[in-house]
Design a binder for this molecule. Structure first.
Ligand SMILES: Cc1ncc(COP(=O)(O)O)c(C=O)c1O
Length: 369
């Protein structure tokens, strides 16, 4: 057989496409360190340390037949979300995680070569889906406190700019965007996607503005506050004309029966879930205080359920590896915008104590630092 060249059959611009660097899997931990899932302190993916609502399991057991396709119109879920957000249900569309909505928004607006603006360091999936859709990615940097200058963004707008992505609070830095900046960007007329994946932890939102601005999209998810990361449910609040298009182009059965039932059950049990969120917010502040007291490391204040840290002598990789050997997973970053940082998701109180003590021991013990 002649030499087979996959490049002749596939898109050449995807040759060097790198996959999203996902969290460490429990399976890897088992194989590499012999640790079972319950022995791992998993603080690398901003998941909910308390899991999902007890009502979710009941809803999956009682919630209809798995042999029938899910409701493509997402009617019940959208009407529950309408109650939760106080927005009309025809402005709401749901996806298999807010990731899927990021993809759909880009596909809906981008012709090859059009531009999207992102503000690194930020959530990696904006650039991921932009590249898949052949968008040009315009990066506007942030200062040492991870704030960006609104004029820098406005100055980069061209006739080909289609979307500005703002994570609010930003992942992984944890800081909020001032509302005046969001307003100034909206006034440019370009579609602004405000990603409020961590809204329940920050309580800051621009959802009511969607009624005023026909270029504002707000994204939310059930992955964090409701502990449904594994079931993949996210939603967006859109100007009605965009919601209509999203509903048209989405995979009809994007959200499976279990996931729709689970999301509805979570909304009906929101008081319990939001109590857990309050515990996490309390723990976030306690963890931040304890990290501040450690020598050799700077934690950054956060309005989400994670804390970004910088090691003064730049050995974050070594620290994350040593934590991993102890069964503690945190997220390491080494990108142009974040050299040698790591992010800790806020866990349960006892998990946070173990992480802090382990960091203290590792930093103290390691004479090569
Ligand atoms: C800012 C931000 N947006 C979106 C997502 C994706 O959420 P989902 O699990 O709903 O796809 C995440 C997940 O970490 C995130 O941090």
């Amino acid at each position: 057989m002649e030499d087979f060249d996959p490049q002749q059959k596939l898109r050449s611009d995807l040759k060097d496409f790198s996959s999203y660097s996902a969290h460490t899997s429990p399976d890897f931990m088992k194989k590499k360190f012999g640790l079972n899932i319950e022995e791992i302190i998993k603080l690398d993916a901003n998941e909910n340390p308390y899991g999902c609502s007890g009502q979710v399991v009941n809803s999956i057991k009682d919630g209809g037949s798995f042999s029938v396709y899910p409701d493509a119109a997402q009617s019940e879920l959208r009407s529950e979300l309408s109650l939760y957000t106080s927005m009309p249900s025809d402005c709401i569309a749901c996806g298999a995680g807010s990731d899927q909505l990021i993809d759909l928004i880009i596909r809906l607006t981008i012709n090859p070569g059009d531009e999207i603006i992102i503000l690194p360091p930020t959530f990696g999936m904006y650039a991921f889906y932009a590249k898949l859709s052949r968008a040009s990615i315009i990066e506007v940097g942030r200062d040492e406190k991870f704030c960006f200058n609104c004029d820098d963004v406005l100055n980069r707008i061209t006739p080909r700019t289609r979307i500005i992505f703002l994570a609010n609070p930003n992942n992984p830095t944890g800081n909020l965007v001032p509302k005046a900046d969001i307003q100034a960007l909206l006034d440019s007329g370009i579609i602004v996607v405000v990603d409020e994946a961590y809204f329940e932890f920050s309580r800051e939102t621009v959802v009511p503005w969607v009624e005023r601005y026909d270029n504002l999209i707000v994204l939310r998810t059930f992955s964090k506050w409701a502990g449904l990361a594994g079931l993949r449910v996210g939603y967006g609040i859109f100007p009605q004309y965009i919601a209509e298009y999203i509903m048209r182009i989405k995979d009809p059965y994007a959200i499976n029966v279990c996931a729709q039932n689970a999301a509805i059950a979570s909304l009906r049990d929101k008081d319990n879930l939001l109590q857990k969120v309050e515990n996490i917010v309390y723990e976030r502040e306690r963890l931040f205080g304890r990290l501040c007291a450690l020598e050799g490391l700077t934690p950054f204040p956060s309005k989400a359920n994670y804390i970004l840290c910088r090691l003064h002598d730049g050995r974050a990789l070594r620290l994350t590896e040593q934590l991993k050997e102890r069964g503690i997973l945190v997220r390491y970053f080494n990108t142009p915008a974040l050299k040698d940082y790591f992010r800790i998701s806020v866990g349960r109180p006892e998990q946070n104590d173990i992480v802090v003590e382990s960091i203290r021991e590792i930093l103290g013990e390691d004479t090569q630092w």
